[in-house]
Design a protein around this ligand. Structure first.
Ligand SMILES: NC(=O)c1ccc[n+]([C@@H]2O[C@H](COP(=O)([O-])OP(=O)(O)OC[C@H]3O[C@@H](n4cnc5c(N)ncnc54)[C@H](O)[C@@H]3O)[C@@H](O)[C@H]2O)c1
Length: 435
């Protein structure tokens, strides 16, 4: 097989994070601590996972970095935008995810990460009231200002490449609207006409990033890059996109647990997921319009794993419900409960309860590292458009719904796609079947 040509990861990689909240600062602090040897980037596939390449006598198990050229942690430079002006050190302390002892050794570096003014519209997140916000005449002006920020950051920090990742609050639900989101020229026209109803600020970040040769990743469930207009832009600019919504806690469990029922042919009549969390993310999601965006993203997981059409006796009538409750005392330490009503031989009912006491940002941080490094890799490998191999990390994997394509949500099928892509970019055969 012909070897894919991947440009080596030379020079510095600028990672620009939209949002400087709990997730963003936990990610940045962890990377800075890891490169000083003071913490371990646990949970990160790019730093830990080993996959098989070759078969038979040729078989080897290698880290991703030994198969393909990956950016080293030492070569990362961070920047960010936020509605609040606090630097990354202050924001990390405010978030109360990490202990002071795990932040202080990199305090100086974090203090240098000062949020650029946010491209923000209060109508998209009513519960936020920071004033570190750009003054934008139109959505198009918003795009231009973000593009300038990216150019300035790249020059000032001597970066060879940039990746932009959204770890800002969830915006209100913007339904896909074909007359505007369907094509690139209609999207641009709407930005120029300052159509604030159909053009979310996140779309301005994504558009600006892609214009500036930077892959864009959507960590929240916003309608942003999952519209044909953005796919068109990514294809034209030959840039990778992926998205959306980091798959961290309950959905990770769901996409890993549902396959157990599937492979043992057990039935499912209901799956109720609820959780309590008290961070700023929870506060924003307490607003029904913002929660709806999350709900749509979380609900899509089961139906593509446990298929009604394939097994009507088992999965013909599933009641799936997802709840998020804002509860300040828990802060970032989310507690999730899942109740599964299943049935077995002759239809006899049983129940499974899963109680996950997790830490939201601790689970999300490695995903930001992997998604940014792997998007940068895909870019250097000349891959562009929707990167299906990144579905592993996302609650709503991107797929071309206009062509009837269905997303792959099964965690193990997603893992196979990830491994095959790494193999292929490393010049090995993508030799594992996705069943
Ligand atoms: N932690 C997880 O497990 C997880 C999983 C999936 C998705 N997410 C998503 O990641 C995002 C970040 O979560 P978090 O806990 O860090 O939230 P957070 O509230 O601590 O941080 C978000 C930050 O984004 C800023 N912001 C909002 N709109 C902005 C804009 N237009 N431009 C720039 N900054 C903006 C806010 O001021 C805030 O500081 C949320 O959308 C959340 O839903 C988190």
């Amino acid at each position: 097989m012909e070897k894919e040509i991947v440009k080596p990861a030379e020079g510095r990689l600028g990672i620009l994070v939209v949002g400087c909240g709990a997730v963003a600062t936990t990610f940045m602090t962890g990377v800075l601590m890891a490169r000083k040897g003071l913490a371990k980037p646990i949970g990160s596939m790019t730093q830990y996972d080993k996959i098989r390449v070759g078969r038979g006598k040729e078989k080897k198990y290698l880290h991703y970095g030994d198969i393909v050229s990956l950016t080293k942690l030492d070569d990362i430079v961070f920047g960010c935008w936020d509605v609040y002006p606090q630097n990354a050190y202050q924001a990390a302390v405010y978030a109360e995810v990490l202990k002071q002892k795990d932040i202080d050794p990199v305090r100086d570096e974090l203090e240098l990460i000062k949020p650029m003014k946010a491209a923000f519209d209060k109508n998209y997140a009513k519960r936020l009231d920071g004033d570190n916000v750009k003054d934008c005449a139109t959505r198009w002006d918003m795009v231009e200002q973000i593009r300038q920020d990216i150019r300035d950051f790249k020059a000032k920090n001597d970066c060879a490449r940039i990746v932009v990742i959204w770890a800002a609050s969830t915006e209100i639900y913007v339904p896909y609207y074909e007359p505007i989101h369907g094509k690139l020229d209609t999207l641009v026209a709407a930005m120029k006409a300052d159509d604030r109803e159909h053009i979310a600020p996140s779309m301005c970040y994504a558009y600006a990033a892609l214009q500036e040769d930077a892959p864009f990743i959507m960590g929240a469930p916003n309608t942003t890059v999952d519209i044909p207009a953005m796919w068109q832009l990514a294809e034209e600019k030959r840039l990778p996109i992926a998205g959306k919504d980091f798959k961290t806690g309950q959905t990770l469990v769901k996409s890993g647990f549902a396959p157990i029922l599937k492979v043992r042919n057990l039935g499912l009549s209901g799956w109720f997921s609820t959780n309590i969390l008290g961070n700023r993310d929870g506060l924003v999601l307490d607003e029904p319009a913002n929660f709806h965006t999350k709900e749509v993203s979380k609900l899509s997981t089961l139906e593509t794993i446990l298929r009604k059409d394939d097994q009507p006796d088992l999965y013909g009538n599933i009641y799936h419900k997802v709840r998020i409750n804002y509860y300040p005392p828990r802060n970032d330490n989310k507690e999730g409960w899942d109740n599964l009503d299943i049935f077995g031989w002759m239809g006899y009912p049983m129940q499974i309860k899963i109680n996950f006491l997790c830490r939201d940002s601790i689970l999300a941080a490695p995903l930001l590292l992997d998604l940014t490094l792997l998007s940068d890799l895909a870019h250097r490998a000349g891959r562009y458009g929707i990167q299906r191999f990144l579905s592993f990390f996302l609650k709503s994997p991107m797929h071309d719904y206009t062509q009837g394509e269905e997303a792959v949500n099964n965690l193990f099928e997603q893992y196979t796609m990830l491994k095959n892509a790494i193999r292929e970019m490393g010049g090995y055969e993508a030799d594992e079947e996705v069943d």
